[in-house]
Design a protein around this ligand. Structure first.
Ligand code: ATP
Length: 365
């Protein structure tokens, strides 16, 4: 099911009752979610991800704008008629019911033409449970399951009505690191197997990048960039997106463009033909540094952290916006330091970005 969000805005009265302020949780959001894809809605806390998800499922009505599922306008359709399955962070299972009863629950209230026989319901429940690989746990109660298993039950319960759209609100937040990894791969597998259009909300960029076909990066209710994860990482539209994606994060510096050359302090690190002379913010990805005695960028080595295949070279540069700069380099490369721990790097051209100092917009070169 293709979903179109058209100029969606959602305003709330402030939670502070004494204030007349209006909170704009989502502002003029327009995106098209292709049929059968997994979309990651990504951004820091409070950026409007959950509000967007709740508007798609109908729990929140937009203040302005339209929502289409395929060609039909569902903006004013009640949630139960939208054909959406919703999974929350806290699983929200019924503790007194078994796994089977939890999964059956959404089928038991179907009315009229949608009503199913008992056998059909049991078949559907078993099929959904098998899909998320908890078929053998049907008689257990939620408190007899691990967090990861409980979340699978919640996903099976959302899938049992064969929804047109699956919506997941921070579904991995309550799981420990190992289970998060395993469950996110599971979600990708289930999504591929069912082909159901899925929207996945998370503040964890690595999680979103690893499983999404497309990510939507949001800030203060406004979409910053939409695209395939690797494309957005490689070609960010602004400083916020560049900083939000990537671990370790991008290194940022105060820089200057003069005469078509980019300087960090006195160091010329790239040719930027055609870019007007101006102060800029410079972003360099950690994997963009190549140690070289005659390298363009200078620094003072603080520490080398060996991490097996790679090592992390931590150094100081007085134009860095953070106390230290982090470069990830191949652990086979030798790092030579001069007097006073002086160190130099060449910079890979496709790993350096410049941004307007005031607006943070990318300046392409
Ligand atoms: P989180 O990751 O913390 O859940 P989020 O990106 O999902 O954040 P939302 O929950 O969509 O963000 O909230 C966006 C903004 O709208 C926040 O400033 C929030 O305080 C505000 N907001 C959300 N729901 C309401 C509400 N019912 N009443 C008033 N303000 C609200």
């Amino acid at each position: 099911m293709r979903i179109i969000l058209q100029n969606l805005t959602k305003c709330f009265p402030s939670r502070n009752k004494k204030s007349n302020e209006i909170v704009t949780a989502v502002k003029d959001l327009s995106i098209e979610i292709p049929d059968g894809k997994l979309i990651g809605l990504l951004g820091p806390s409070g950026c409007g991800k959950s509000t967007t998800l709740y508007m798609i499922c109908g729990l929140q009505k937009p203040t302005e704008g339209k929502i289409y599922f395929g060609d039909s306008d569902v903006t004013n359709l009640e949630p139960e008629h939208r054909g959406v399955g919703l999974v929350f962070q806290n699983y929200a299972l019924y503790p007194h019911l078994t796994v089977k009863q939890n999964i059956l629950f959404p089928l038991q209230n179907l009315k009229g033409a949608e009503k199913l026989s008992k056998d059909e319901m049991l078949n559907r429940a078993q099929h959904a449970a098998d899909l998320v690989q908890i078929g053998e746990l049907m008689d257990r109660k939620p408190n007899e399951l691990s967090g990861g298993q409980q979340q699978r039950v919640a996903i099976a319960r959302a899938l049992v009505k064969t929804p047109r759209v699956l919506l997941l609100d921070e579904p991995l937040s309550n799981l420990d690191a190992r289970l998060r990894l395993q469950t996110r791969e599971e979600i990708k597998r289930i999504q591929r197997e069912t082909g159901v259009t899925t929207v996945f909300v998370t503040h964890d960029q690595e999680e979103a990048m690893s499983i999404s076909d497309m990510i939507v990066v949001m800030k203060n209710g406004v979409v910053q960039q939409v695209g395939e994860p690797q494309k957005v990482y490689d070609d960010p539209d602004n400083l916020f997106v560049a900083q939000f994606l990537g671990t370790p994060p991008i290194n940022t510096f105060d820089g200057v463009v003069t005469g078509g050359k980019l300087y960090i302090g006195n160091d010329c690190i790239a040719d930027v033909p055609g870019v007007e002379d101006q102060p800029v913010a410079v972003g360099i990805r950690p994997e963009g540094f190549i140690p070289a005695d005659d390298g363009g960028l200078s620094g003072r080595l603080i520490n080398v952290e060996v991490m097996g295949r790679d090592c992390s070279v931590v150094f100081a540069n007085e134009k860095s916006r953070k106390p230290s700069v982090r470069a990830i380099i191949d652990s086979d490369l030798k790092i030579a330091t001069g007097g006073d721990n002086a160190i130099r790097f060449n910079i890979k051209r496709n790993k350096v970005f410049i941004f307007n100092n005031e607006t943070g917009e990318r300046i392409r070169f």
